[in-house]
Ligand binder design. Structure first.
Ligand SMILES: [Zn+2]
Ligand SMILES: [Zn+2]
Length: 334
């Protein structure tokens, strides 16, 4: 498939090719499966329990192993939260919502803000101005101090990106209320935030401050450190539609692979660590496929890159250019 212009890669694309039709047919058959969902959630709860148990041990080596495991488990709860938010993991909406709230305690992403923002993200992928997951601040508005901070932290793996993005996007109720008005939304969003706060406050009281820090602090820092490149690998630096010269309309799901990146890892990592959540372009094409079925489909050709190659190119760039500019400005394709 030929990418014709950087501004509008869809401009000479046929409506739907035969190859796409067969992929769509396969994708349509990949729905929730109760047994796979049950096994998946039991597995996740078990490894979470083990990671917590190890993290509460007195010997430093067990604690360290537990913290590393817990950081990965936290990332995985985020992947599952993503599926629960789509309603794609369990057949039952209630189960998706209940486990979505549980997942939020580990991933620290409030469930209903996540769900609403993420649905809007899927609708408006390709349009910087309408996608609520794109940073509000524009390149031209960056101060020299902000540029230095972003460049320094990106270069030296100081995990500020996922953290500040999460606070801005999922915890800032004033912005969320504007994006998703209505009393019902307001209640659900604020309760999701209070739920995480309450769960952690309860743990703090139950365990006491020392054990609470022993359990969460290092795992949380590692979780953020892993999350930064993962978050930035999904859409950052891809050319989006230009609101100045193009008609605004949502991009069809099947075409969203032009505006989303699929990162290729060794298969064992994709399957056991990442639950195939790295196949982000594929997910954008078929958002109903549960994570435990995504491995049955290949990534789309567009914006597919190996994880080491992405990291090499991305880390060689100044952070502010990587995040706030795209290929058409820098000429860097990744
Ligand atoms: Zn996305
Ligand atoms: Zn999604």
């Amino acid at each position: 498939m030929e990418v014709v212009t950087l501004n509008n890669p869809l401009s000479e694309k046929p409506a739907v090719s035969d190859e796409e039709k067969s992929r769509i047919r396969l994708a349509a058959s990949l729905r929730q499966q109760s047994l796979k969902a049950l096994i998946g959630i039991i597995w996740q709860l078990s490894i979470t329990g083990l990671a917590i148990l190890l993290s509460l041990q007195g010997q430093w080596y067990w604690w360290l192993l537990g913290q590393m495991a817990l950081s990965i488990v936290m990332v995985q709860w985020f992947f599952l939260l993503h599926d629960f938010g789509h309603g794609s993991y369990f057949k039952s909406k209630k189960l998706n919502d209940v486990f979505g709230l549980l997942a939020s305690v580990f991933s620290l992403l409030p469930y209903y803000p996540w769900k609403l923002v993420h649905h809007a993200h899927h609708k408006w992928t390709g349009w910087r101005e309408f996608d609520p997951t794109i940073p509000e601040r524009k390149f031209e508005e960056l101060t020299p101090g902000q540029i230095s901070l972003v460049d320094f932290c990106w270069k030296y793996w100081i995990p500020i990106f996922a953290f500040s993005y999460t606070i801005q996007t999922f915890y800032k109720l004033s912005r969320l209320r504007l994006l998703f008005p209505g009393k019902r939304n307001d209640q659900k969003m604020s309760r999701s935030i209070y739920f995480i706060a309450l769960a952690h406050l309860s743990m703090l009281i139950l365990l006491g401050p020392i054990l609470y820090i022993q359990l969460w602090l290092l795992a949380f820092i590692l979780y953020l450190t892993i999350s930064d490149p993962m978050l930035l690998s999904q859409h950052t630096h891809l050319d989006y539609h230009d609101i100045e010269i193009e008609d605004v309309k949502p991009v069809r799901h099947i075409d969203q692979s032009f505006f989303s990146r699929s990162i290729v890892y060794p298969l064992w990592m994709e399957k056991y660590l990442l639950y195939f959540s790295n196949r982000h372009g594929l997910h954008h094409q078929f958002p109903w496929i549960p994570t435990y079925q995504l491995g049955k489909m290949e990534n789309p050709e567009e914006n597919r890159i190996s994880w080491l190659e992405w990291l090499r190119i991305a880390k060689s760039m100044p952070g502010h250019l990587l995040i706030f500019r795209s290929t058409k400005h820098t000429g860097v394709k990744l």
